[in-house]
Design a protein around this ligand. Sequence first.
Ligand code: NAD
Length: 498
Amino acid sequence: MKTPQPKALVDWPKQKLSAANLVDGEWTGSSGPGRAIASPYNGELLGEIYCAAPSHVEACVVAADRAFQEWRGVPIKERTAALLRFRSLLERDIEGLAQSAARESGKLVSEGRAEILKGIEVLDFAASLQNSDVGGAIEVSRGVTCEYRREPIGVTVGITPFNFPAMVPMWMVPISLALGNAFILKPSEKVPFTAVLLGNLIVEAGFPKGVFSVLQGGREIAEALASHPLVKAVGFVGSSLAAKSVYGAASAHGKRALCLGGAKNHLVVVPDADPTLTVDGVVGSFTGCAGQRCMAGSVLVAVGSVEGLIRDIVGAAGRIELGREMGAIIDSAARDRLVQAIGRAEAGGCEILLDGRTARAPAGHEGGQWLGPTIIDNVPVGGEAACVELFGPVLSVVRVRDLDEALTLERRSAYGNALSIFTSSGAVARRVADCASAGMIGVNIGVPVPREPFSFGGTKDSKFGIGDITGWGGVELWSARKKITTKWAPQRDKNWMS
Ligand code: NAD
């Protein structure tokens, strides 16, 4: 009798995948031979990425600019109709997209599904602009009217990270296209395949060719786009170092830029916190997407005596089944980096309450990059595990005496994406929301991602630029307001302010 094979945790493509460049509506070539992309789940070859050559960048931007000149003249209601066709296709293909995002980034399929749904939420906001963004006009003076109307700005670019292959592009694409821009997506070179699926759906939805493009590749493609004269605005999401660099380059070339960076999010737990809300919130926050999300809580700030809560958090995290309840780490370099950081904390005197280094890979997935949830206790306030973004399922417990100390610690962090407070006291929650420096605050919620139209964005090294990437912040990023002042009849009063 044959031994049953372990069930695969994601669907495998029937043939090897190929990620090319979408330039002027056609899928096209590469600067050289394809580069292998392995699955974080089991190390097997998923397919190949064909990175763009400098000539593709030039052709792509020129075609996008040409497409923009037509697209800007299409009434917003027609542009929105195309967007809504794209929405139907996203719903039709949600399972395939979720599988793709999971397969290449290592997350669970359920997490892949969630990121498509968040993308659709942003699309719904973008589609609502046709009815809500009606401009404005008032009579500012006798016989003189001031009017403003929103205009697209031209070729826009999105440079995106590995951890949300669908959602982060979808933070930008629908709003930019609805407003009448052309959009070029430069996905992470680690996850090139979901971008191809999105590109195919946009083509199928009937957007004119060149309005949406995909350029595959790494830093060099991002830099070429951020300095290209025809590119008018850049949205970036990734690590802080790269975010700062892209922000600097784009700004120096006179472009708008909004560049979201890394994070070190604090989960502040006080003694009166509700045990269920706290344990679920903390564990979900640091283990979701295997800690590889910019909203992951990574520092548990234990205020006073919260021993029972910490014990329950360790217990719940220790019961997580890899592969079914938590996904894999993106690649071996990232896993090694995490293992080394845990080792340094241990060597420095911290206590490892839960050690993910010893966790077993799911059966049949031994070639993948697996690391179990890890909890490190007594991390000093200025220690590496308390301050540096590790980007994995690692929770550092920092002990403080009171809320003042907790808030001081948070305000000193270089990052400012999210903070969550776990408490039963409205006064404590209010104080934390008032005093914390992070851009997104959760009260008894471990991953405080605002729903649209409340926009997404942090502060400090978690965001370079003004505004937010979704909601009305996104509208301002991808458009310009034109102001028109009109008079039709001469006036006796010569004062222009009359
Ligand atoms: P990364 O910075 O390595 O890469 C992100 C993108 O930038 C990729 O497309 C990459 O090709 C490109 N890139 C890398 N270095 C560059 C450089 N010097 N110049 C120009 N482009 C460059 O990030 P990653 O490892 O793919 O993603 C993880 C990081 O992204 C984490 O730091 C995480 O916190 C952050 N992130 C932030 C948010 C947010 O909303 N703030 C959301 C998701 C991820």
